[in-house]
Each structure stands twice: as C-alpha cells, then as structure tokens.
Design a binder for this molecule. Structure first.
Ligand code: SF4
Ligand code: SF4
Length: 357
C-alpha cells in the first residue's frame, strides 16, 4: 500500500481528470443538513462536509428498481443498462465497509451478475469524516478502512493524505502524477496521528456488539419484541436507509402488445407486512414484532455467525430515521439491560395509564 499527498487546491483538478472516463458521483446537499450521492458535472455542488447521506451508496450499484431481463415464451435477454463506468467519491469509512458486506452477500453462494457487473465498473474513493452523536462505527470497528476502497482521502489542514488501496486506484493517480507528492514529512505524520487520536476520542455513542449474538438468543422470547412491535409503524425506513440491507423482490411486468414481460427487481424490506406473504395469502410474519426480531437477529446474530462480524457498520442512519426510536442503539442497549429513553418506553407508559383509568 502506498500513501501520497495531495494539496487541497489540487482536489478538483484531480476530479476533473478522472471524471473524463467515468461518471463521478459525490455527496451534494439536498436540503438543510440532508445529503445525497448524485452524479455531478459541476464540482461546486460537491459538499464534503456532510455527516451521512439519506440513502446509502448501495443505491448507485443496485437502484431501488431495475430491469433484470426481458423474457418471451422461448428466450430471455438480460438488461445491464444500469451498468456504466462510475467513480463514487466522498464515501465515509462505514459505507466503504458496508459495500464490503454487500460484495460478500452478492457473491457468497451465487454470483449476482447485476450487482457484480455494476461493482466491477465502480471505483470507490473514500473520504475521512468526523463522528456526530449518532455514529456507532467505532463500536463495529468500521470507522477505519482496511479493504473495499481504491483511494481513501484523509483530510488534514492544508492537504489530503491519500491511501492507494488497489491497482485501479494507482492508475487514477498516474493519470496526473504531478498533482501528487510522495514527500510526506514527519510533521505531516504527526498531524495525521493527532487528528486520528482526536477523532477516536470524539465518538459519543457506543454499544458492545460482542454480547449481541448471545443476548439475541437468550432474549428471543422476551416481551421486548412485542413492545417494539406495538410501537413500530412498519414504514420500512430503517431498511431503506441501512447500507447493509439487501432484501429485494422480483416481479413480472407484462409488455403490452408483445408476448413478453420485463422481469423487474425492486428493493424490499423485511419490516414490511407483504414481505413474508407467500402464494395463497399465508403470511409467516404478519406480526410486526416478528419482523423486527428477524431484522435484529439478522444484523446482530446471524451475520456474525456466518461472516464473523455484524451486518451493522454503525452509520447511524436507523437512529436518525426511525420516527419511534427503534434503532440498533436503543434495541442493543435494551438487550444489554441498559435503560434507554425511547419512544416505545414512553408509549407503553401511556398505554398502561390509560388501562388503569
Ligand atoms: S443497523 Fe443502523 S447503524 Fe447499523 S448499518 Fe444499518 S442503518 Fe447503520
Ligand atoms: S423500526 Fe422504525 S423505521 Fe423501522 S419500520 Fe418500524 S417505525 Fe419504521
């Protein structure tokens, strides 16, 4: 691995060079403090001073709705029109780690050609960040990157230190090597170490993920799940914003006037009622409590037993998006026996009072 230095004023010239052969996606402000990843041509739109995008970058690889193939009675033709050369710039460490999880998921038992082709054509340019009160990534050890990126930019006072994580990343640097400098001084190293230390100390939220698989098992029949089920609105927000969620549905869309159909893949959410409905109308998880239990079992237990780490990268999106405070922090703390001030607790108190009247 090589580390080079880039002056801040050379960032946009570098992006200009590399965006000639690929669509450049970067964070832009949507409204107030809400950001999204967007294909950008005007670099002044890029806003690197963001906390977390509303929807994670997996949307760029597998959009919410894509045509997989067109089928007739005798044949089918795959549709890879979503695949194009892309560079995603400005991804934080948690989201880089989430893409590593997605890579494993879509290649573990079977190769998913739609994800794989999109991923093979996409370069990941990570960018350093500073935690807010909802960032849990230090607890999941995903506040740093060791894989999954082509370049990673750490912002210091006057320049960036740029980690080269792949040969494709190295190729990008070589497009205009004069923009970079290999002369990293002792002062640069010390500045970086100081920044790292301050950042480590800045994390506020934490949760012990090590105990989670056992706690999920031990509390599988705990009344907590029914309490959560009572409060959950089944809106699916937690799933849509989570960078490691990957459930999808596939349906036929008949093409009028042709004896053919498009086969469409769209995002789905195990927190939604229809997700577990099968032919004949039977639904194996009609109860919201059961669906939440599935979500958390998957995140905090099943994935750990299969891949050795949780399917949570601590991005904090479920924390800021759930309207009733059901998120990995409040649920994790409650499972650990800690007191949390969450909506479902306040909600249940009100219910009890009303019953007493
Ligand atoms: S469970 Fe919540 S904090 Fe963890 S990765 Fe998903 S959205 Fe982010
Ligand atoms: S847990 Fe929260 S975000 Fe998720 S479906 Fe229920 S109400 Fe919506």
């Amino acid at each position: 691995m090589r580390i080079v230095k880039l002056k801040k004023e050379n960032l946009f010239p570098f992006l200009e060079v590399i965006s000639k052969e690929a669509d450049l996606w970067a964070p832009v402000k949507k409204y107030e403090d809400k950001h999204v990843f967007k294909a950008v041509e005007d670099f002044s739109e890029i806003d690197l001073d963001y906390q977390r995008t509303i929807i994670p970058p997996r949307r760029i690889l597998l959009p919410p709705k894509t045509n997989m193939f067109e089928a007739t009675q005798n044949t089918y033709k795959e549709d890879f029109s979503n695949v194009s050369k892309k560079i995603i710039f400005g991804i934080h460490a948690c989201d880089v780690n989430a893409l590593v999880i997605m890579d494993r998921f879509y290649n573990f038992a079977y190769d998913d050609p739609y994800y794989t082709r999109a991923r093979e054509n996409t370069l990941i340019l990570g960018y350093s960040c500073w935690p807010d009160e909802h960032c849990l990534c230090k607890s999941t050890n995903t506040h740093i990157v060791t894989e999954g990126y082509d370049l990673f930019f750490s912002k210091l006072d006057t320049h960036y230190l740029v980690w080269i994580g792949s040969s494709q990343g190295d190729d990008l640097i070589r497009k205009q090597p004069s923009l970079f400098n290999e002369d990293i001084s002792d002062k640069d190293i010390q500045t970086y170490l100081n920044w790292q230390k301050e950042r480590e100390d800045a994390f506020q939220a934490e949760i012990d993920f090590i105990d989670m698989p056992d706690l999920i098992e031990l509390k599988y029949n705990d009344p907590l799940w029914e309490e959560l089920g009572k409060a959950c609105l089944a809106c699916g927000s937690c799933t849509n914003v989570c960078p490691t969620c990957n459930c999808y549905n596939v349906y036929d869309k008949p093409i009028l006037g042709k004896n053919a159909s498009k086969i469409v893949r769209c995002w789905d959410a195990c927190t939604l009622e229809n997700y577990s409905e099968v032919a004949g109308g039977e639904n194996f998880r009609e109860n919201r409590a059961d669906r939440l239990k599935l979500w958390y079992t998957h995140k905090l237990q099943a994935y750990i037993s299969k891949y050795g780490k949780p399917a949570c990268v601590g991005c904090g999106r479920c924390i800021v998006s759930c309207p009733v405070d059901i998120n990995v922090l409040t649920v994790g703390k409650t499972l650990s026996g800690e007191k949390v001030d969450a909506f479902w607790k306040r909600f249940n108190l009100q219910v009890k009072k009303e019953v007493r009247k």
